[in-house]
Design a protein around this ligand. Structure first.
Ligand SMILES: Cc1ncc(COP(=O)(O)O)c(C=O)c1O
Length: 387
């Protein structure tokens, strides 16, 4: 396809042709045996991808924000204390969501590009009785990754529920939900899970489900209420027809295909591939003497990279040049630095050719915009890592 543009934004991403074929198949009834089977298989596959054999999966029509909303709506009651660990735009969003359900929210944050220290988190947890804490695994506005494992351990120590916003990490960054004892891991279909936008996906631990069942008050959101969805998930898993809200039949068929691909690749192999692609891309940017938004290599995500424009380069011109060079990337998102940086997604089925093509387009576009560097330095740096 002569005019095909490579989609390298941090979601939606490039999807596997077989996933897209499932989207384009004839739509069946939501109680047809083949769909019931697809739904049931998807629930079982989610447990494998999340590494949560004991978890309760939920598959609901909506975006990642709905998954965030569902966790908050079902686990928070008025006046609960909630700790939000924020590394950018989506941490702030989580704070707003929790406030809607009557929580007293405390936000812990640091300078842009940094992570919150474990010492600060423990100090806060020790200061009063918290019900729940939220972690943004990869904040898509900064490309900062946080290690959720020690935070979940702290949450356990203080008997606090842990909720991981994994919208930009599930099936890309390493997560072992049961082993790490994270109570909720949530995501959306359009990122590393590899399915077009439209599915909110969430796995809740036994402890989270117990907390939900022991609520004293009704869930303040009708659509998000687990009371409505749990019987549906159970029915489909037992291969029985059911109805609460019409499921997005084609999206769920596509989800089954994509989750199957993930399992075939092997979840550990998939994490490693993401690490390699990200390393190649990041090192290429550094070789071009560009500055990354994350301030250390240890907190740079493997699913996307956020890069500051060089001085005197106009972001709008650069992004237009990228599109003219047939690669679509994203501009900034964090309001305070929005016009100063760009973001490149490298997740899902991304391969080394995609990474090299993107770096090549970045080099061409930087040159057109007047930035000077040694020709091909980004590409050769990445090639050395990828080969
Ligand atoms: C980390 C994170 N959380 C939440 C969301 C919200 O997801 P959605 O846009 O699907 O509602 C996004 C979207 O990019 C995200 O990256």
């Amino acid at each position: 396809m002569k005019n095909r543009k490579l989609l390298m934004i941090p979601g939606p991403i490039e999807f596997e042709p077989k996933v897209l074929q499932a989207m384009g198949a004839v739509t069946t009834s939501h109680v047809a045996p083949n769909f019931i089977n697809s739904f049931g298989n998807s629930i079982e596959l989610m447990r494998k991808v999340w590494l949560s054999p004991k978890g309760q999966p939920f598959i609901v029509a909506g975006s990642g924000t709905l998954a965030m909303d569902m966790a908050a709506a079902n686990l928070i009651e008025t006046n609960d204390n909630v700790l939000v660990i924020s590394t950018g735009y989506f941490g702030e969003r989580y704070a707003e969501i929790c406030k809607r359900y009557g929580a007293n929210v405390t936000i812990l944050k640091t300078e842009i590009g940094a992570t919150v220290s474990l010492t600060a988190i423990e100090k806060e947890l020790a200061s009063k009785k918290y019900k729940l804490l939220t972690i943004t695994h990869v904040d898509t506005s900064t490309g900062v990754v946080i290690n959720p494992q020690p935070i979940a351990k702290l949450a356990k120590k203080y008997n606090v529920l842990s909720v991981l916003d994994g919208v930009c990490s599930v099936a890309g960054e390493e997560i072992k939900q049961d082993e790490w004892e994270i109570d909720v891991v949530l995501t959306a279909s359009q990122k590393a899970v590899g399915v077009p936008p439209g599915l909110a996906l969430l796995v809740a631990s036994e402890k989270a489900m117990k907390t939900f069942k022991n609520r004293k008050t009704l869930v303040g959101n009708y659509y998000a209420d687990f009371t409505n969805w749990l019987p549906i998930m159970n029915a489909y898993e037992n291969r029985n027809p059911s109805y609460f809200g019409t499921p997005p039949v084609n999206l769920i068929a596509a989800l089954e295909v994509s989750l199957q691909f993930i399992i075939e690749e092997g979840i550990e192999n998939r994490f490693k591939r993401h690490q390699k692609m990200a390393l190649a891309f990041r090192e290429a940017m550094l070789a071009l003497e560009l500055q990354l938004v994350p301030i250390s290599k240890n907190n740079s995500s493997n699913t996307l990279t956020a890069v500051y424009y060089p001085e005197n380069i106009n972001g709008g011109d650069f992004l237009k040049n990228m599109s003219d060079n047939n690669v679509i990337i994203a501009g900034g998102l964090l309001p305070s630095i929005k016009t100063k940086y760009f973001r490149v997604g490298h997740m899902g089925s991304v391969n080394s050719n995609d990474v090299i093509a993107t770096i090549s387009a970045i080099e061409k576009s930087l040159k057109t915009c007047g930035y000077h560097f040694r020709n091909g330095i980004g590409i050769s740096t990445a090639q050395d890592i990828l080969s």
